[in-house]
Ligand binder design. Structure first.
Ligand code: ADP
Ligand code: MG
Ligand code: ZN
Length: 615
């Protein structure tokens, strides 16, 4: 391991420009010696002597060249195209006078070769020019990409992010107050370093922004560039390994060289996990990436904390990063950029609403409450969808309805595709959705609904229940978790009770309910059988991903059984609630079937009025 490290710390030297030119030159020579002669040699057709004589008589020959044992001649056909022929030499004393009589130039060299200098120019000059030109173009585009013009393949690396027209500031980043606070300090340090050095404080060298996708990490970095009046170098991790193999490490070196010259400044590496993955001895090691990472580590050690270069990086997979990157002196400070809470979501809605023409009196509070769990990027998308909808409907301003509708489109957008609902299906969907809502309403601790629709949407969802959390909770009690499961079971239970038959419509519910039950058993210690025993670890917390079982296969079997039992009892409870309130179930579902939409207020009204059915 140590050996390997030492080796790869020495990056391969970049191949010199000369190298590319030698290859190009070889290419040109090859072209000249083999390909061009073949292409340029005129095609000579072999014909009989009498054909030759015919051509002379019909005045179709321009030039004739007589050689030792063959006669070459060029004939011109009707449309001026030159054709090359050759024929055998025949001792014909009349030939000369015949040629003279028809005014043919003869004995001359066939003028297929232009003059010597032109020839050289054509066959060497032009290809070299072309190659030179391509080389220049490439170096230019490389240069532009990396910032600054400059030399071809050895060029510059970090692009200086210049906040131009769309300059971002902290005001554009809504919600992330903690992150902003942590970063304000960085900005402040860069603008008044003397304050810090006066008491001997050292600014962190590296700050790592971690959080799920779409929470505004990149945006935050841009905002820092806008806030701090210092040069800002930005590069994405993937760019290090992108174009020429073997260049990654050299790029890192160039980047830091530039940065040190421009200090105080900020270097921002987006998606650092592309280069910063744990180095392991495993099968899929990637030399290129390892070299780049090693170079980065060396560079970070190579300058002092007070040199004024601060390195920012962003990732949504901090757990995959190499521990060496995270140790003190490198990225020792992590700033979490989490999914926004209620207040954050409302603020993000407001920030984005500023860019659109909005109707007055938009209820941002409601929008925030209806989008629990949405990221900043999703909210930005929702607002944009709403504006598109407003245009589609011929409005000049975005109104509340557009926003609510697009929340459904964006959030329910990932459900199954289906065609138009037949009346029977519509009925099933009505009962299914009301089943969820009624169960939710009857359990004191679950969130009331805001709206249910069964209009099949372009996104494909058949029905959609928009839940609104009363207030944000970070902790969930066991009862709440169980109630949530019961609510998810409500749809299927309603189908079973009313139609005696079940449909595929509950697939998403089943997934959700299983997820909750599993988490309760394996991670939250909420089952009586296992108690506080961790049976699963979550390896990928920000990408909502994989968890790995940490128990024996036998226990895992028991876990499955426990999960099954929990789901079963949640289902039974849902059935119980719906059977007890069958009259209301009918009444509400009928309303939904007829109107296709039911709002929270209508729902409560029907729920609380005197029933017209008897159970
Ligand atoms: P990340 O880099 O974390 O994946 P981005 O910074 O690229 O996310 O965010 C994508 C878009 O989402 C931003 O351009 C912005 O429009 C919107 N966005 C995300 N978070 C926020 C936020 N906190 N405030 C305002 N807009 C946000
Ligand atoms: Mg990003
Ligand atoms: Zn359902």
């Amino acid at each position: 391991m140590i050996n390997k490290d030492n080796q790869s710390r020495k990056p391969k030297p970049p191949k010199p420009i000369l190298y590319y030119y030698v290859i190009a030159l070889l290419g040109v020579l090859l072209l000249n010696w083999i390909v061009l002669p073949y292409l340029m040699k005129p095609r000579v057709e072999e014909v009989g002597y009498s054909f030759f004589l015919d051509k002379i008589e019909s005045n179709q020959i321009k030039t004739v060249q007589m050689e030792q044992n063959q006669i070459l001649f060029i004939s011109e056909n009707g449309d001026g195209k030159q054709l090359y022929y050759k024929t055998g030499y025949v001792n014909d004393p009349e030939l000369v006078s015949l040629l003279r009589a028809h005014g043919v130039e003869f004995g001359a060299v066939i003028p297929s070769q232009p003059n010597f200098f032109l020839n050289i120019l054509l066959s060497y000059g032009i290809p070299i020019l072309i190659i030179w030109w391509i080389g220049r173009r490439m170096s230019k585009s490389l240069g532009n990409k990396m910032g600054g013009g400059g030399l071809a393949f050895g060029g510059n690396t970090g692009k200086i992010y210049v906040p131009t027209g769309d300059k971002k500031t902290f005001n554009d980043v809504a919600g992330q107050e903690e992150a902003k606070e942590a970063l304000t300090e960085v900005v402040d340090y860069l603008s008044h370093p003397e304050r810090y050095t006066a008491i001997g404080a050292k600014c962190p060298k590296g700050v790592l922004l971690v959080g799920p996708p779409g929470t505004g990490k990149t945006l935050m970095a841009k905002a820092i560039a806008g806030e701090a009046n210092v040069p800002f170098f930005s590069i994405a991790g993937s760019e290090f390994v992108e174009m020429f193999v073997g260049r990654g490490a050299a790029r890192v070196r160039d980047l830091f060289e530039q940065a040190k010259k421009k200090a105080p400044c900020i270097v921002f590496i987006d998606e650092i996990d592309t280069i910063g993955k744990k180095r392991d001895g495993g099968l899929n090691t990637n030399d290129e990436r390892e070299q780049t990472l090693n170079q980065l580590l060396t560079e970070m050690d190579g300058f002092e904390g007070d040199s004024g270069v601060i390195i920012l990086a962003a990732t949504n997979r901090p757990e995959t990063l190499d521990p060496a990157l995270l140790r003190p002196g490198r990225f020792d400070r992590q700033v979490p950029v989490e999914l926004p809470d209620l207040k954050g979501r409302i603020a993000i809605f407001k920030v984005h609403a500023k860019n659109y023409k909005m109707a007055t009196g938009i209820d941002f509070d409601l929008l925030g409450r209806a989008t629990a769990g949405a990221s900043g990027a999703e909210i930005a998308n929702i607002v944009n969808e709403a504006s598109l909808r407003a245009v589609r409907l011929g409005r000049s301003r975005v109104c509340q309805e557009d926003l609510e509708e697009s929340i459904e489109v964006v959030i329910a957008g990932h459900q199954k595709k289906n065609a138009i609902l037949s009346p029977e299906e519509k009925k099933v969907v009505s009962y299914h959705e009301i089943g969820h809502a009624l169960v939710a309403a009857k359990q004191s601790n679950t969130a009331p609904i805001h709206k249910i629709t069964i209009v099949p949407r372009t996104s494909g969802a058949l029905g959609y229940t928009m839940q609104v959390e009363e207030d944000e909770k970070s902790l969930m009690t066991k009862t709440e978790a169980f109630n949530k499961m019961v609510t998810y079971c409500g749809g299927r239970a309603a189908e079973k009770i009313i139609f005696g038959e079940i449909t595929t419509g509950a697939s998403n519910d089943i997934e959700q309910v299983t997820k909750i039950a599993r988490a309760m058993v394996t991670r939250f210690g909420m089952s009586d059988k296992f108690g506080m025993m961790a049976l699963e670890t979550n390896s990928n917390m920000y990408l909502g991903g994989d968890s790995t079982l940490t128990c024996s296969p036998k226990t895992s079997e028991l876990v499955d059984r426990e999960v099954k039992e929990m789901i079963e009892s949640a289902y039974q409870r849902a059935v119980q609630i719906l059977t007890d309130n069958k009259a209301k179930l009918h009444e509400l579902a009928e309303f939904l079937f007829k109107e296709e939409t039911i709002t929270g207020a209508q729902f409560i009204e029907i729920l609380n009025r005197e029933s017209k059915y008897s159970a």
